[in-house]
Design a protein around this ligand. Structure first.
Ligand SMILES: [Cu+2]
Length: 150
């Protein structure tokens, strides 16, 4: 009858190695679980979506001028993983600094100029493109466009 003699220190080494492997595995699983919300790449062919900055403006009966800035279209649709080049043409308003909620995307739309925003979302959802100057009614908005990713 054969016996495997395992020293106490060897056993401790094996235990440490096992714990190390387990923690690497857990770390890897958690890392894989993270989904990249968006990528900004320019190499692949992109579908173009055009948008403009517009303005609703009127004078009330008592002579008060009221206005609201808008992104038009107010909603755009794209597929998860799809590459889209969003082209925003500045028409009304001198400039509109914007950001897209839940991403690091930001920029500025200027009157008479076109701002190109490369988009790719790897997670489904609705992302809001928000003008920092006109985010709500109080600030002559809401200048918010919805990017629906499905
Ligand atoms: Cu604006």
């Amino acid at each position: 009858m054969k016996f495997f003699v395992v020293k106490k220190m060897t056993l401790i080494y094996i235990l440490i190695a096992g714990l190390f492997l387990a923690s690497i595995t857990i770390w890897y699983i958690l890392k894989v679980g993270d989904t990249v919300v968006f990528n900004q790449s320019t190499s692949q062919t992109m579908r173009e979506i055009q948008m403009v900055t517009g303005e609703f403006k009127t004078t009330t009966k008592d002579g008060k001028e009221i206005e609201s800035y808008r992104f038009d279209p107010g909603t755009i649709f794209m597929k998860k993983g799809e590459n889209v080049r969003l082209l925003i043409n500045g028409v009304n308003g001198e400039e509109h600094p914007f950001y897209i909620e839940g991403t690091t995307i930001s920029g500025k739309v200027r009157k008479g100029a076109e701002t190109a925003v490369p988009l790719q979302f790897n997670k489904k959802g609705t992302y809001r493109l928000i003008c920092k100057t006109h985010p709500d009614k109080k600030h002559n908005g809401p200048m918010i466009a919805y990017i629906v990713v499905d």
